[in-house]
Design a protein around this ligand. Structure first.
Ligand code: PLP
Length: 288
């Protein structure tokens, strides 16, 4: 074979393989991988790569459905199917196949992928040119990227704690939720983090601000601290699917509940704007 793609026991040419769309790697990048070179049909440093692979999986609470020895034998068997004795050997484990939800799905088996392609051993004596780039890898939260692993892990942590959402903070500063924006009411003022690179510029957040302005509620786009959130009159999360929900507890501690009328005015207003936009009268819908 000129190359090889393997998925849970089936294999063929990479360009002919078909993968379930609900494999969590598609929605969240929810998986781990390892890779290395192969020459003369022998995968170099395979045990070390497999050790790291199992370690990466364990750190994300994933258990490969085979032993280290079984994986080594599988990979070694697959590389022998290629025409080229020199290859790039790549394998990955994804959490499984399930409907898109951030927190881990119940009882799904992980998916094992392998990708093999011919690759000559590099000329290591060749000089290379480099470029310095500031390390901003954790500062791109304003991009609605598919790389959602930290969000998935936080969401699962919240679920395990019997909560519906996790609230991220950097030091003392609250940023956003794992799949929502976070806001507070304090002394009649709606406060929310500004749309910089630390949060996703949520559409629901934008609508909340617009409704606040319509209702004459002052808005402050300024970061607040965890303590300010715990002491707030109301704490709210927003997203396109939940609009605006308020929190009763954070870390098992009671929060909010001190400005229920203000909260309801905003919630009513946001919902009314939605029903108006989709031309559904609430009373008609309720009686239908
Ligand atoms: N923040 C994050 C990390 C999200 O994933 C989401 C929604 O998916 C939001 C905020 C809210 O965005 P929106 O109101 O556009 O749904």
């Amino acid at each position: 074979m000129k190359n090889l793609g393997y998925y849970n026991g089936e294999y063929g040419l990479i360009e002919e393989m078909r993968i379930p769309m609900n494999d969590r790697v598609c929605w969240f990048g929810d998986g781990v991988y390892d890779a290395g070179p192969c020459a003369n049909y022998i995968i170099y440093a395979l045990d070390e790569h497999i050790d790291r692979f199992f370690n990466s999986a364990a750190l994300l609470d994933m258990t490969p459905g085979l032993t280290k020895t079984e994986l080594a034998e599988l990979l070694q068997g697959l590389v022998c199917k290629l025409d080229s004795p020199s290859q790039f050997v790549y394998w990955q484990l994804t959490r499984g196949t399930a409907e898109r939800n951030h927190a881990f799905p119940e009882k799904v088996a992980p998916n094992l992928w392998v990708m093999l392609k011919p690759a000559a051993i590099e000329n290591i004596y060749e000089k290379v040119k480099l470029l310095t780039v500031e390390d901003t890898r954790f500062f791109h939260c304003n991009i609605k990227t598919l790389n959602l692993l930290p969000n998935v892990m936080a969401s699962e942590k919240a679920k395990q704690a019997g909560c519906q959402e996790a609230v991220f903070h950097r030091g003392e500063q609250v940023t956003e939720g794992s799949h929502s924006n976070v806001h507070i009411f304090k002394n009649g003022l709606f406060q929310t983090a500004p749309t910089d690179n630390l949060i996703l510029p949520g559409i629901a957040r934008k609508h909340l601000i617009a409704q606040c302005k319509t209702l004459g509620i002052p808005v402050k786009e300024m970061p607040f601290t965890v303590k300010e959130m715990l002491d707030a009159d109301e704490v709210m999360i927003s997203s396109s699917s939940i609009f605006c929900k308020s929190a009763s507890h954070i870390n098992n501690q009671r929060v909010g509940g001190k400005a229920p009328e203000l909260l309801q005015r905003l919630q009513d207003s946001v919902l009314a704007a939605f029903y108006q936009a989709v031309s559904l009268d609430r009373s008609i819908k309720a009686s239908a």
